[in-house]
Design a protein around this ligand. Structure first.
Ligand SMILES: Nc1ncnc2c1ncn2[C@@H]1O[C@H](COP(=O)(O)OP(=O)(O)O)[C@@H](O)[C@H]1O
Ligand SMILES: [Mg+2]
Length: 373
């Protein structure tokens, strides 16, 4: 008989009358890697938040059985004490603290109210070894890339004695090599008997790593696929509710004349101004076109977009920008916006939105003159 570490039964969760979870069922076997799939808004993160106690017992209906007992978590700490750790889609480390300070934040290694930094550092070194991260424990989190930050989050989970590790879109911001390393790490954890739930949109990695897959759609459980039934087509069918005969249907684009041009664009690093980030870049876009900018991490794609968007990145920027054949100024962000540019950042949390303002204020922030006198 299968040994289930977790069963979530008939979970219903509503947000002011809207059903985000509608009788969801999920069964996780001990030691497996179980993927949760579904379109954006299907309810994956909400389900995990219910599990963790972030949405406390009483704010949902249904039953959670964890390690054979009924679980009624009232806060995150309750589930963490039982070894359930969630690593969220948006990383939650403190950028201006060091790795070791982050790892034991809220879990300080202290005696009689005094933090034992030597012990903290020693424990950090061991935890970093567990996740294969070779950096100094005293490095500030802001100085390491997202891939490494992800590993620090996972190390933090291990500082809490994790039994059930939940990763909510862990590879969304990682490049291929970093993603592959992370998946390898998950396989390693599995050997150590740790159970994992992974939420991801990347079908190839889900197919590759999962023992089982549960598909959610519109807050409902559609099905759980066993290893032998897992395939990309099957997942897509479950996610959208019909067969996709043509995953990339042909589209007729209405391409017009040259509309937007960037010529001889040069950008240097904002602090280390000797470092060239973009060198003599040229780009021509026609009306109605969608242009993809490809390249490895660090190739300068974001830096290019941000520097064109009102010099919001870089130093010693030179080059010209044209719209409809006329040179336009992008000397600062207000001017770029006035000239019709908009930029949706890759880092929504720190560059995209103002988190302490509401949706209405955020959406109108860049165009106040349209809504006020
Ligand atoms: N705090 C919230 N308040 C209101 N609605 C929410 C909240 N969190 C999620 N929802 C809604 O619940 C549904 C499921 O969201 P979510 O669990 O984030 O989906 P997923 O993680 O699968 O993309 C969505 O319709 C979303 O808009
Ligand atoms: Mg989500």
């Amino acid at each position: 008989m299968a040994d289930y570490i977790l069963e979530m039964k008939n979970i219903v969760k509503e947000f002011s009358g809207i059903r985000a979870l509608d009788n969801v069922n999920l069964k996780i076997e001990r030691g497996e890697i179980h993927a949760l799939c579904g379109e954006n808004g299907a309810g994956k993160s909400t389900l995990m938040n219910v599990l963790s106690g972030l949405y406390p017992f009483g704010s949902y209906s249904g039953e959670i059985i964890y390690e054979g007992d009924v679980a009624q978590f009232k806060k995150l700490k309750d589930s963490e004490e039982k070894g359930i750790v969630i690593i969220h889609q948006e990383l939650a480390l403190s950028p201006y603290l060091s790795i070791k300070e982050n790892l034991f934040l809220g879990n300080e290694q202290a005696k009689r109210g005094i933090i034992d930094w030597n012990l903290t550092e020693k424990k950090t070194e061991n935890l970093l070894k567990t996740v294969g991260l070779r950096v100094n424990p005293n490095t500030l989190v802001s100085q390491i890339g997202v891939g490494h930050q992800q590993l620090v989050e996972i190390a933090k989970a291990f500082a809490k004695n994790v039994q059930l590790l939940i990763l909510d879109e862990p590879t969304a911001a990682l490049n291929e090599e970093e993603s592959e390393n992370l998946l390898e790490l998950m396989r390693e954890f599995k050997k150590q008997g740790i159970t994992s739930i992974i939420i991801s949109h990347k079908l190839n990695e889900i197919v590759d790593i999962s023992d089982k897959i549960t598909i959610l759609r519109d807050g409902k459980t559609i099905e759980t696929l066993e290893k032998e039934d897992i395939s990309e087509d099957r997942i897509i069918r479950g996610r959208v509710g019909r067969d996709l005969t043509n995953r990339y249907p042909e589209r007729k684009a209405n391409i017009g004349d040259v509309y937007f041009e960037v010529k001889d664009w040069n950008v240097h690093h904002p602090i280390d101004s000797n470092r060239v980030v973009n060198k003599n870049l040229n780009l021509t876009i026609r009306r109605g076109e969608i242009i993809g900018i490809a390249g490895l991490m660090g190739a300068g794609r974001t830096e290019f977009a941000m520097s064109v968007f009102g010099r919001s990145y870089g130093s010693q920027i030179t080059g010209k920008v044209y719209k409809d054949g006329q040179e336009i100024s992008v000397k600062d962000v207000p001017t770029a916006i006035k000239n019709g540019l908009a930029y949706v950042s890759e880092d929504r949390k720190s560059l995209g939105v103002n988190l302490i303002m509401d949706v209405r204020e955020n959406t109108t922030l860049a165009s106040l003159e349209k809504v006020s006198k």
